[in-house]
Design a protein around this ligand. Sequence first.
Ligand SMILES: Nc1ncnc2c1ncn2[C@@H]1O[C@H](COP(=O)(O)OP(=O)(O)O)[C@@H](O)[C@H]1O
Ligand SMILES: [Mg+2]
Length: 511
Amino acid sequence: MSTATSYFDLDTKLIDFTDKSGSTSWTIRNAVEGVQVFGGIGSGKTSGSGKMLALKYLENGFGGLVLTAKHDEKELWQQYCKAANRSNDLLIVEPNEKNYFNFLEYESQVVGDRSITENIVQVLKTVIRASEEKSKGKSDDPFWETALDMLIANTIDLCLLAYGKVSVELLYTIAQSVFSKEELQNLNKIKANPDRKKRAFELAFDTARDNIEKQVKAWEERQDQDWLNALDSMAYEQAVCDALPQARNFKFVDEFFIESFINISEKTRAIIDFSFIGFLNSLIKDPVFSLFCRHKSTFTPEQCLEGKIILICLPVKEYHKVGRDSQIMFKYIWQRAMERRKVKENGRPVFLWADEAQHFLHEYDAEYQATARSSRIATVYISQNLPNYYANMGGEKSEYKVKSFLGTLSTKIFHANADIETNKYASELIGEGYQREESEATTSVDGKMSVTQTVSSKLEKMVRPEEFGALKTGGPQNEFLVSGYIHIQGKQFPNKFNYRKIVINQNSNSQ
Ligand SMILES: Nc1ncnc2c1ncn2[C@@H]1O[C@H](COP(=O)(O)OP(=O)(O)O)[C@@H](O)[C@H]1O
Ligand SMILES: [Mg+2]
């Protein structure tokens, strides 16, 4: 398949659902409206609908991003790409290989309307918060998120003011050596000792102050001295901040680290320190450091728009939190990059693929999903059940959040499942219809028995929750057939409903 084609018709058919009642096409338009696959362990999610969709997307020239939960996913995608003649487009990011992405370098270059600091803060806080949600380690202090954002932003600003650049090593050493409350209260005593070895925070702070003082001095020399002398201290400060944006930034950094930090409760400070430093600590260690921080980038997310398939091989099952955090980070950066694309210039669909997707969710997913269609992002999220999503999207109170998020994925495929909640959700989504019901009533008239047969139409669930328990799960015992129900929001099948039963052959990928 040539990946040079730049015209993609949204009505291109990817899958044809045909049975005796007629046929329906499932198109690129459906793909970019998102897919959610549910099914229990071993129900055929990966080898059934997953494989079918992956091959269709590859055969049709999609670029994409693949996140991995299991180690065998790399090999699986190598096979898919080979089968679809796309091996040259597959770019595997894994330890001890030569593909690198420097996220700070990238985020410093694609700022647009935002400052470098805002850009990097957004990335770091999204990953850290996603991680907090998953571990439920959130503080009960409602201000912890604001405090965390401020800590990240001020550390980045301090780094920029002192050294004119940001690196994860600098952020880590600075964040780790910020003055404690006790130290802040005894600052004069500490500073009275000229022999002390300055820690990274103090060094950065003093370097930043020296830089600003030099700028202020040069500025003062350029001003009319009489005007300068006539200013009171507030007017002077205002004039300096107006003339020198860095001086203004330094004022905020100073206020934050020296004044505001004293007022943050010990518990909140411990949590935000732990979250921020903990994440930075995973960034300065391999494999993440080599892959995402140390080297110049050898690829960019934008290459997916030219047909590259980026697979991040840091499977969650093997690398745990580090694998998850770094993949959420790349996913978020990638989503933002895809949102910036100009579909009129390049209409190539790109897929966002996550098997065991519950690991990779973050707080902006619903928001990004809502616009994914217009950015031609064909999301495929595969997961066992709804409770998996609840647990990873903020606990018990997240039902509404999860369901509205699922509402942004138009196509849903339900495979065999023992989870009652998911089966109930599927049954309700598919909805009710009038079913013919024949009933026999036995009545006794004058001592003689008579049977009357009545036929009534009754509104009933089209697919009852327990029916999802009896679907085919592939393998030799099922002649390699995987069955499920597909539901497509707003699309009618020939049976006049927007769902139908599907059967997928694990070997041939025909339905
Ligand atoms: N390529 C294949 N050919 C035949 N059987 C397979 C193949 N891949 C997986 N299976 C079997 O099919 C069933 C479904 O597997 P899988 O698709 O991995 O399930 P899930 O992703 O839902 O956990 C399992 O019993 C598995 O052993
Ligand atoms: Mg699977």
